[in-house]
Write a protein that binds this ligand. Sequence first.
Ligand SMILES: NC(=O)c1ccc[n+]([C@@H]2O[C@H](COP(=O)([O-])OP(=O)(O)OC[C@H]3O[C@@H](n4cnc5c(N)ncnc54)[C@H](OP(=O)(O)O)[C@@H]3O)[C@@H](O)[C@H]2O)c1
Length: 249
Amino acid sequence: MSGALAGRKAIVTGASRGIGRAIAERFAAEGATVALMSRNRDTLEKVAAGLPGAVVREADVVDADGFRDALGEVVAELGGVDVLVNNAGGNSFSMPLVATRFAGWEKTMRLNVDSIVHACQIVLPGMLSQRSGSIVNVSSVAALRGGPLMAHYAAAKAAVVSIGQSLAIECASSGVRVNTLVPGWIDTDLTDFLRAEAATEEAVLSRVPMQRWGRAEEIASAALFLAEDESSFMTGQSLIIDGGLSAMP
Ligand SMILES: NC(=O)c1ccc[n+]([C@@H]2O[C@H](COP(=O)([O-])OP(=O)(O)OC[C@H]3O[C@@H](n4cnc5c(N)ncnc54)[C@H](OP(=O)(O)O)[C@@H]3O)[C@@H](O)[C@H]2O)c1
């Protein structure tokens, strides 16, 4: 198969829908063999049905031991990994920090931050041995400024940026690159609640210079760039895709 990722093997977490699904589909279209991971095997199998050679493995990234075991099995099944996309994540509540239950804070960290640490610890040793690989972590524009009512999520996504920088430096002389995607507001299930009322949607889009939601496919294009050799001298960087949101004063 031809394409920018021909012959490459990739793992994408959170690949059952939204941004992760778009990334998995784009990678497969570019010739990669893709392992799709999320909690829902049925949904993953439906996505995989359209992707030649795709591997499916269900795991909850919040369950550290189960996730690490599943990743180990996926690495063995693929026979090595060239690209790891740590995309699974999200935010399930809005709350002032002072009222946030610590269990909620911890769960947000386990979902968005710890999951990346686990995945890197399982997948990176093989990349370092083969002296090549690209890790793409998914952060958010929430990482760039204060996140009122979502300090937990903003802090978690800021940690994702920081981990990407540290890891990139640690791996730079070993042929493994680590970069971070920083999406703005994207039309996925995660942001459905913001489209439920016209006034809320208008308030969100009024801050976006391009005045529209981003599409998951637009994040997948950036993921492809970071995964493939076109970005071969790029590591430790954050790529912001937000319709101009973060450029606003
Ligand atoms: N949408 C946005 O506006 C936006 C903006 C900035 C950053 N992001 C980030 O982009 C990433 C993808 O977001 P999205 O908008 O595509 O969200 P989404 O549509 O809600 O999809 C989330 C994906 O992650 C998986 N997932 C969620 N919790 C999981 C868990 N505990 N274990 C394993 N898999 C889990 C889900 O699959 P299952 O339910 O099948 O497990 C699904 O495949 C997230 O890290 C998010 O924080 C999104």
